[in-house]
Design a protein around this ligand. Structure first.
Ligand SMILES: [Zn+2]
Length: 110
């Protein structure tokens, strides 16, 4: 499994970078920097925890974009919800693959 080098959230690109060793030693799994346009991840995480952490940090970016602030409990809950929803409903991923391959550029809901 390879997390992409970049993610697009609300039309803006965010680089995926590694958290510093100091943060890793403090137990930080990930960080979101709205201002820098970056999400930092601990590269040593197992695949499931890495994916859940990407969702968590992506929610923080969305919160910052929409609300101008972040909410840790909400980010934790939403990340777990999306992660588990996709794990338990893998056919939904196939629906998205099909949608994207059918008509490029028409898949956006906004
Ligand atoms: Zn957080």
């Amino acid at each position: 499994m390879q997390i992409p080098d970049e993610l697009v959230i609300f039309g803006r690109s965010y680089k995926i970078l590694e958290v510093s060793p100091i943060h890793v030693s403090e137990g930080v799994l990930g960080l979101a920097s709205y201002r820098e346009g970056a999400i930092y991840l601990d590269p040593s995480l197992d695949p499931a925890l890495s994916l859940n952490t990407v969702w968590h940090e992506a929610v923080h970016i969305a919160q910052q974009d929409m609300l101008g602030t972040t909410d840790e409990d909400q980010a934790r809950w939403l990340a777990l919800f999306v992660h588990n929803f996709l794990i338990h409903n893998p056919a939904m991923l196939e629906c998205y693959s099909s949608l994207l391959s059918r008509a490029p550029g028409t898949a956006l809901a906004d």
